[in-house]
Ligand binder design. Structure first.
Ligand code: HEC
Length: 133
C-alpha cells in the first residue's frame, strides 16, 4: 500500500514539475501588459480614468466581468457586439484578442494581438484593475 502511494506521488511529481516550470517561465506580467496597452490600445481605449485614452473605442474600466458591448453606456457599440452573450473573462479575452471578428462577427474592434505572451500580459493588466474606477 505504501509502495503504491509512493508510486502515485512520484507520478504526480513527474506530471506537475513541467507545469510548474511552464507557469514560472511564462508568468504574465502586469507592467508589460500596461505598456502594451498604452502603446497599442490607448489610442482608442481608456482602461483607467487617469490614462487619457482615446474615445474611438469604449472605455474598458473594470473590463473583467463586464458583459460584451454593454459596459460603456455612452459608447455606440455595433449591433454585433451588443447582441453577443459573452462576459469578459480571461478565456473570452484570449479568443477575442487573437482574432476579434472570429469571436464576434461584425465587430468594429479589429486590433489583433498576435503574440500569446502579449495577450497574457494584457489580460493580467486588465485583471489587476479595480472593478470600479
Ligand atoms: C482603432 C481603434 C481601436 C484599437 C487600436 C483597439 N480597439 Fe478595442 N475596440 C474598438 C472599438 C471601436 C470597439 C467596439 C466594438 C464594437 O462596437 O463592435 C472595441 C471593443 C473592444 C473590447 C470590447 C469592449 C466591451 O465593452 O465589450 C475590448 C475588450 C477591446 N476592444 C480591447 C482592445 C485591446 C486590448 C486593444 C489593444 C490591443 C484594443 N482594443 C485596440 C476600437 C479599437
Amino acid at each position: 500500500m505504501a509502495h503504491r502511494k509512493a508510486l502515485a506521488l512520484a507520478a504526480l511529481a513527474l506530471i506537475a514539475s513541467p507545469l510548474v516550470f511552464a507557469a514560472s517561465a511564462f508568468a504574465a506580467d502586469v507592467a508589460a501588459g500596461k505598456t502594451y496597452f498604452r502603446q497599442t490600445c490607448m489610442v482608442c481605449h481608456s482602461a483607467e480614468p487617469t490614462d487619457d485614452g482615446g474615445a474611438q473605442g469604449p472605455t474598458l474600466y473594470g473590463l473583467i466581468g463586464r458583459p460584451a458591448g454593454k459596459g460603456d453606456k455612452k459608447f455606440g457599440y455595433t449591433k454585433a457586439i451588443k447582441a453577443s452573450p459573452i462576459v469578459w473573462d480571461a478565456a473570452a479575452l484570449e479568443k477575442f484578442l487573437t482574432n476579434p471578428p472570429a469571436l464576434i462577427q461584425g465587430t468594429a474592434m479589429v486590433e489583433v494581438v498576435a503574440q500569446k505572451r502579449d495577450r497574457d500580459n494584457l489580460i493580467a493588466y486588465f485583471t489587476s484593475l479595480p472593478k470600479e474606477p
